[in-house]
Ligand binder design. Structure first.
Ligand SMILES: NC(=O)c1ccc[n+]([C@@H]2O[C@H](COP(=O)([O-])OP(=O)(O)OC[C@H]3O[C@@H](n4cnc5c(N)ncnc54)[C@H](OP(=O)(O)O)[C@@H]3O)[C@@H](O)[C@H]2O)c1
Length: 344
């Protein structure tokens, strides 16, 4: 295998890997160990989508223009502010003879890639529709999957838009399945979002009837959605960008008991300290949010004398897509909520 990580496509800076690179070569010629995909849908990462709408205005035209600009500048949909990408659905157009997927994939297969758009060579010929409510974007374009990439074949029993939304955040429930043990007090920030609701469902499974699962949500409407799922023991409505107020709201509900594990699934920046404050000493904060600042989390924890472990939300965990898709298949209320979120 010559170049499984796509190093040969890095243009700037020389020697970088495709994800952190500023610019990659998005020429749509399938190299020997690559897969070429005709792309029809992008799912822009939530933190990136919020940032783009904040920057250019929440209109279809403005967002589409910005998205095309990012891809033109970088050869990939790699938001220069949040550093994050998203994922895609498309049809396989060609499979290189040396691709490790040559036995599994054939022309015409519909797949979702499970590596970030922030490292995926991409072209956008046309943007047909931008769903401003959830970051799903219908396009005509092409993309390349490297030999080290991962993908899932689109299942027949779920709407594409649901599969795309679930797969985008599938690392979160998979990590939750590993982290939560019975009896723990668990906090989930951004609990009403896509990753947040999946994390709640998986955490409830791990806890069973034990422990305490506490959802923190920003808008009353989203909080109601969380209540209707019946996974959480308590739902706190608060603005997680206000750490002291979040801690006060938390303590009012728990009587001062702090979380053993806190999972941050918020789509906006500035919520590191709220997560850290509601977590007990030697507890764990899992930052799934792409809006997390390493510096703020590290220096913020130090600054308030909090000896907590902090985990970066690796988007990949072995078997993550299968776990997340099975989770939603077996949770009708969650399925309904997702279908509503993505408009099917
Ligand atoms: N680590 C990875 O590999 C990976 C992969 C995909 C996504 N992500 C990241 O995971 C995060 C969540 O993604 P998602 O798709 O689940 O997003 P989402 O569906 O948009 O949900 C975001 C949640 O954050 C809440 N929120 C927004 N502002 C808040 C505030 N000030 N205080 C408290 N909560 C607030 C929202 O509440 P309201 O609905 O009330 O506004 C919503 O519940 C994003 O940062 C995304 O970039 C990470």
């Amino acid at each position: 295998m010559g170049d499984p990580y796509g190093l040969g496509r890095v243009q700037e800076p020389a020697g970088a890997m495709p994800q952190p690179a500023w610019r990659i070569d998005n020429t749509m010629q399938c190299r020997d160990d690559e897969v070429l995909i005709d792309v029809d849908t992008l799912n822009i990462d939530a933190a990136s989508f919020v940032q783009i709408k904040d920057e250019v205005g929440a209109t279809e035209q403005a967002v589409a223009r910005r998205m095309k600009g990012i891809v033109r500048d970088r050869g990939k949909h790699h938001n220069p502010v949040t550093g994050s990408g998203g994922m895609l659905i498309g049809k396989v157009r060609a499979v290189g003879a040396e691709s490790p997927f040559a036995d599994d994939l054939k022309k015409g297969d519909r797949i979702a890639t499970l590596v970030s758009l922030s490292l995926t060579p991409l072209t956008i010929d046309d943007i047909e529709h931008v769903d401003l409510s959830n970051g799903q974007v219908k396009i005509k374009g092409q993309a390349i999957l490297f030999a080290s990439g991962i993908y899932v074949k689109m299942p027949n029993d779920l709407p594409d838009r649901v599969t795309l939304a679930v797969c985008d955040v599938c690392g979160a429930p998979a990590q939750t399945a590993r982290l939560i043990t019975p009896g723990q007090t668990v906090a989930v920030l951004g609990a009403g979002g896509k990753s947040g609701t999946m994390v709640l469902a998986q955490a409830r499974r791990n806890l069973g009837k034990t422990g305490r699962l506490i959802a923190l949500e920003y808008a009353e409407k989203s909080a109601n959605g969380v209540r209707e799922l019946h996974y959480a023991d308590d739902v706190i409505v608060c603005d997680a960008t206000k750490p002291a107020a979040t801690l006060a709201a938390w303590e009012a509900v728990t009587g001062g008991i702090l979380a053993d594990v806190t999972i941050n699934c918020v789509s906006v920046s500035g919520t590191e300290l709220a997560s850290i404050l509601i977590t007990r000493d030697r507890g764990l904060v899992y930052f799934f949010s792409m809006a997390t600042s390493f510096t703020t989390a590290a220096l913020g924890a130090e600054g308030v004398g909090k000896d907590v472990d902090m985990m970066i939300g690796n988007g990949y965990a072995r078997g993550h897509a299968g776990l997340a898709l099975d989770l939603i298949r077996s949770e009708p209320a969650l399925m309904e909520l997702f279908a509503h979120k993505v408009g099917v």
